[in-house]
Design a protein around this ligand. Structure first.
Ligand SMILES: Nc1nc2c(ncn2[C@@H]2O[C@H](COP(=O)(O)O[C@H]3[C@@H](O)[C@H](n4cnc5c(=O)[nH]c(N)nc54)O[C@@H]3COP(=O)(O)O)[C@@H](O)[C@H]2O)c(=O)[nH]1
Length: 740
């Protein structure tokens, strides 16, 4: 080896060391530093030649680091040598992780692959130390070669160790720098490309940096962000809470919370914010604020919760919200020592709107009803749509019980005003049930039941009125419910019968018609009057199947009478307003006539004025269609309803039936007598036949005959009777006595 020999000088070494450390500190390229270390060592010990090899990225091979004294051809040849148990001195040292001394390359079995190469360059001995990272990974090797078989002296080993340490420091420094740079780049990417706004705040809460997504919040004032306090971004109402979270994060506890900010356009955004402490060398130096815009999500959440608690059609609260509101209102009235009124409001005549002109019109009426009601109550009051046409109103702050009356009256009056929908005038009214409480009630929902019972009473009282809850109502409502159940069973088992009552011509005394009257023999309670169960069936809708059965049976038995040779009489059937108002009513009548082979004139439908209360135009149209079938129409219970004469002349009817209440006192009460005579005379002017109902005495017959009444019906002639009896009765058509 022809390298100059110089003696070892400790001082010189430490100076060179300082130089090299300086190079490291000033971030010289690693190649230069490693070469300088080698040159330093080569200069110190001319007997040796240095080589620094570095592990590749996979840690499997050694690559040239620096070896300025070694023949380049040799360095090139060993570049990429494997790390392994028998891979020359360096490959083996890297593999074992310890100093490996090869005294004689010519003899060493691990030099098999490179022996001739080494010997050809006059390299005979090699001593190699592995270089380690902080984590104990092998970074490379530092080796000394000599041109003779030899082992290292103590001083040489010291120099080797010292130089290897310097090389390790340089390599670590460079790798740490690379790692730091990579980590910084990764962090910067996370910051820059984060789709959510990210703010770095100092400990005082001033914005130090903001990413592009954050800048978008207020693009025109972006520059103003930096150095400003985060409070400029936050909505004032949320500021105190946000500051508390910031302080907690600054104290080391990561925070997550929601807050509202205003964007550039003044739009209010709801943000899901994370506040994370920024930790540097174990010290908190600031806080990251990472915000995610959840405005849309919040919007949907609000919508979902609104839908869950509100009625879609009217926007009022729905049934789900009722109990909570009621509990709250009980609490309010207890605390303020006020009265709580609960009103149950059910619309009268609403079903017929739905049934006759369709749900669109029904919906529009409900929307309008909700708006009108809302205008009649105070902001602290509650209106709930229970479903269908039923509403609950809660008034939690009444001074006295009677204060509910004007509210109920206002509500009823506002509901009763006509509804003009697509040019069609519609009318509904309201039946209102009221209950009162001081808020001290264990089960507040009982108040709803009480108001409901009172509302039912209002319905029974003729609708369009309000009624108070009283304790005896409970009993009646229970009876009503049980009657409804029994009715259902009776409908299913067809347990009804029809009785027939004759109608007598006043001039001839002959039977000109019979009226079908429904009869129900309850299995336990015995005979129940239709005056009791028909209204229940009307309320529950059970009247429809019942009415259909009556129509069909009456037609079938009239046909049967005809087959027995009993002809020339008509069959009168009572028609419920609910059935009449159904869209299919005319078709039902036509079908019954066809099924039983009857002519229209053989059937007489008895309707009441209640039919005309809601949508009279529609009712008149239906009557015309029935008349077109030949069917005759009688106006029943005349004199008890509103008996509007203007309507009467427009109605396509054939008869009026004077109500029994007038006939009863006809001989003794001159007012009833006068009214009856007036009705008869007016009806005749309109070319209508007059039937007197409930004729019981000869004097009544005399008076009515003298007043030119056309037809009589009543116990004086015959009570309603079953089919077999009416058949026998009609088989012997003797003229009935028309005088006492
Ligand atoms: N929708 C339907 N309503 C019906 C049907 N069947 C009957 N009803 C209605 O029920 C009410 C009570 O009827 P009812 O108990 O049958 O009473 C009728 C007669 O029995 C009774 N009547 C007849 N003559 C006399 C009498 O001289 N005195 C007296 N005290 N009562 C008498 O009057 C009732 C007949 O009423 P009307 O129908 O008005 O002619 C009643 O409102 C029935 O309409 C049905 O199938 N469907």
């Amino acid at each position: 080896m022809n390298t100059p020999r110089t003696s070892f000088h400790g001082v010189a070494l430490s100076e060179s060391q300082r130089d090299i450390l300086g190079m490291i500190a000033t971030n010289h390229p690693l190649d230069d530093i490693l070469a300088a270390i080698c040159l330093m060592l080569d200069a110190q010990d001319p007997d040796t030649l240095c080589s620094i090899l570095l592990t590749d990225a996979q840690g499997k091979h050694l690559l040239n680091g620096a070896a300025p004294g070694l023949p380049p051809e040799y360095s090139r040849a060993i570049h990429g040598m494997a790390i392994g148990p028998q891979e020359g001195t360096c490959g083996t040292a890297a593999f074992r992780g310890e100093l490996v001394v090869t005294v004689d390359i010519a003899q060493d079995p691990s030099w098999e692959r490179f022996r001739s190469l080494a010997l050809g360059h006059n390299l005979r001995s090699c001593w190699s130390l592995p270089l380690f990272s902080h984590q104990g990974c092998v970074l490379g090797t530092f080796a000394l070669y000599q041109d003779r078989a030899n082992r290292p002296s103590e001083a040489q080993l010291q120099r080797l160790t010292c130089a290897a340490q310097l090389a390790a420091i340089a390599i670590r420094h460079e790798r740490d720098g690379q790692r730091l740079e990579a980590s910084e780049q990764r962090f910067r990417s996370l910051f820059t490309y984060n789709p959510n706004p990210v703010f770095a705040l100092d400990l005082a809460g001033n914005i130090q940096s903001v990413n592009p997504a954050g800048l978008k919040l207020k693009p025109h004032t972006a520059i103003d962000f930096i150095g400003h306090h985060f409070s400029h971004l936050v909505l004032e109402e949320d500021l105190e809470r946000v500051s508390q979270h910031f302080s907690a994060a600054r104290a080391g506890a990561p925070q997550r919370f929601e807050a509202r900010v205003l964007d550039e356009s003044g739009k209010l955004l709801t943000m899901d914010i994370s506040n994370l402490p920024i930790m540097v060398n174990g010290e908190i130096v600031g806080v990251f604020g990472i915000a995610r815009d959840i405005s849309e999500q919040k919007h949907y959440e609000r919508q979902l919760s609104f839908n869950a608690s509100h009625d879609r059609l009217t926007g009022l609260l729905n049934r789900v919200s009722l109990e909570d509101r009621l509990i709250l209102d009980c609490h309010i009235s207890r605390r303020r020592k006020r009265r709580l009124a609960v009103m149950c409001i059910d619309l009268d005549g609403f079903k017929s709107i739905n049934d006759s002109i369709g749900h669109y019109f029904g919906d529009q009426v409900l929307i309008e009803v909700a708006q009108r009601m809302t205008r009649q109550v105070r902001p602290g009051d509650t209106i709930v749509r229970m479903g269908g046409d039923e509403f609950i109103v809660l008034l939690p702050d009444l001074l006295r019980d009677e204060d509910v009356v004007p509210v109920a009256e206002r509500l009823m009056a506002s509901i009763a005003r006509p509804y003009c929908i697509q040019g069609i005038d519609l009318h509904v009214s309201a039946s209102v049930g009221i209950t009162l409480s001081d808020g001290h009630i264990e089960q507040p929902m009982q108040l709803i039941q009480q108001a409901d019972m009172a509302m039912y009473k209002a319905k029974q009282q003729g609708r369009n009125n309000f009624q108070w809850y009283t304790s005896d109502l409970n009993q009646r409502v229970c009876e009503h419910a049980s009657l409804r159940n029994d009715l259902q069973k009776a409908i299913e088992t067809q347990s009804f019968r029809l009785h027939y009552q004759p109608q007598i011509d006043a001039r001839t005394g002959r039977v000109v018609g019979i009226e079908a009257l429904l009869r129900w023999a309850h299995p336990e309670k015995g005979f129940i009057s239709p005056a009791v169960f028909v209204p229940v069936a009307e309320d529950s809708g059970q009247i429809i199947p019942l009415s259909l059965w009556v129509l069909d049976t009456a037609c079938a038995q009239l046909r049967q009478l005809g087959e027995q040779g009993i002809t020339g009489i008509s069959m009168a059937v009572n028609i419920s307003p609910m059935h009449f108002q159904r869209g299919q009513f005319v078709q039902c009548v036509q079908a019954a006539l066809e099924t039983h082979g009857l002519r229209g004139e053989q059937l007489e439908l008895e309707i009441t004025e209640a039919l005309l209360l809601h949508n009279a135009e529609q009712a008149i149209d239906t009557l015309h269609r029935l008349k077109a079938l030949g069917v005759r129409i009688a106006l029943d219970d005349f004199g008890t309803g509103f008996s509007s004469l203007s309507y009467l002349k427009r109605l396509p009817i054939d008869k009026i039936k004077i109500d029994r209440s007038f006939i009863q006192e006809i001989s003794t009460d001159r007012h009833d007598a006068a009214i009856t005579q007036g009705i008869i005379s007016m009806a005749h002017h309109l070319s209508l036949t007059v039937v007197a109902e409930g004729v019981e005495t000869a004097s009544q017959v005399d008076f009515l005959t003298g007043s030119h009444c056309d037809v009589f019906q009543g116990y004086y002639f015959a009570k309603p009777m079953p089919y077999a009896e009416i058949e026998a009765f009609l088989r012997h058509p003797a003229c009935l006595s028309l005088t006492g």
